[in-house]
Design a binder for this molecule. Structure first.
Ligand SMILES: *[C@@H]1O[C@H](CO)[C@@H](O)[C@H](O)[C@H]1NC(C)=O
Ligand SMILES: *[C@@H]1O[C@H](CO)[C@@H](O)[C@H](O)[C@H]1NC(C)=O
Length: 222
């Protein structure tokens, strides 16, 4: 009898602790605005983002930008203090953004394992060398799965700059060559007109030139 009461009490206490032990990245996958207590997930190998649907939220979630050196800094927010609200995390990254190809990322600046307060703490990690984020419709997103030492967390989206630079370097010469082609055609037609004028005297030539440049007379002069 006593033992079953104790067991129930222990079970109830465990539930209470579980309900209080909350921490996660902010911004996070599938969370609009800052993360709140009810957004917290329990990332696992089979569900790296908990119950959040990755495919339907990847493109619409606020992304944290990656630096050109591959470092990423995001906030990890705890909603209770102590070990249960640990801000010490491990991070996995999926460059495909599908949630199926996670590899370990090195955390270079971690958070407190037993914070005395609640709030946000910046965590910095390094994407593995050569990581190419290819997720999302712009093909530039990585997915992070972040898990605290107490088992709570969630996913976050990282955006990588498109460094190919092909768009601007191709666009400028293309516009230039269009322009020079147009002016080449213009000067060619001027030359052919000048030839026809070669027989005239100076004054009529000047007159013809101004008439020639008038679209109404351009046709009649030829
Ligand atoms: C982290 O939180 C601080 C304080 O709220 C904020 O200024 C900063 O922009 C946040 N960083 C990111 C990457 O969201
Ligand atoms: C980078 O930009 C180029 C040119 O706009 C585009 O073709 C390519 O798909 C982009 N790559 C990524 C990863 O966004």
């Amino acid at each position: 009898m006593y033992s079953s009461i104790l067991t129930s009490a222990a079970f109830a206490l465990a539930l209470v602790l579980q309900a209080n032990a909350h921490a996660m990245p902010s911004p996070a996958l599938g969370v609009s605005g800052l993360s709140t207590r009810s957004d917290v997930q329990r990332p696992s190998t089979s569900a790296p983002c908990g119950s959040v649907n990755i495919a339907s939220t990847l493109d619409t979630s606020t992304a944290v930008p990656a630096d050109s050196d591959g470092s990423v800094t995001f906030n990890f927010t705890n909603f209770n203090s102590g070990a249960d609200g640990s801000r010490s995390v491990s991070v996995e990254v999926d460059p495909t953004g599908t949630g199926k190809k996670f590899v370990t990322a090195e955390v270079t600046t971690n958070g407190d394992a037993a914070p005395t307060n609640v709030g946000s703490q910046p965590i910095t990690l390094s994407l593995p060398a050569g990581t190419k984020c290819s997720g999302g419709k712009e093909a530039n997103l990585c997915l992070l799965s972040v898990k605290s030492t107490s088992g709570f967390g969630g996913c976050a989206v990282v955006s990588q700059l498109n460094t190919s630079g092909s768009e601007s370097s191709v666009a400028a010469p293309a516009a230039q060559s269009t322009t020079s082609a147009t002016s080449a055609a213009a000067s060619a037609s001027t030359k052919s007109c000048n030839k026809r004028r070669a027989l005239g005297t100076r004054a009529p030539r000047a007159l013809r030139r101004s008439l020639h440049e008038n679209p109404v007379f351009a046709g009649t002069m030829h």
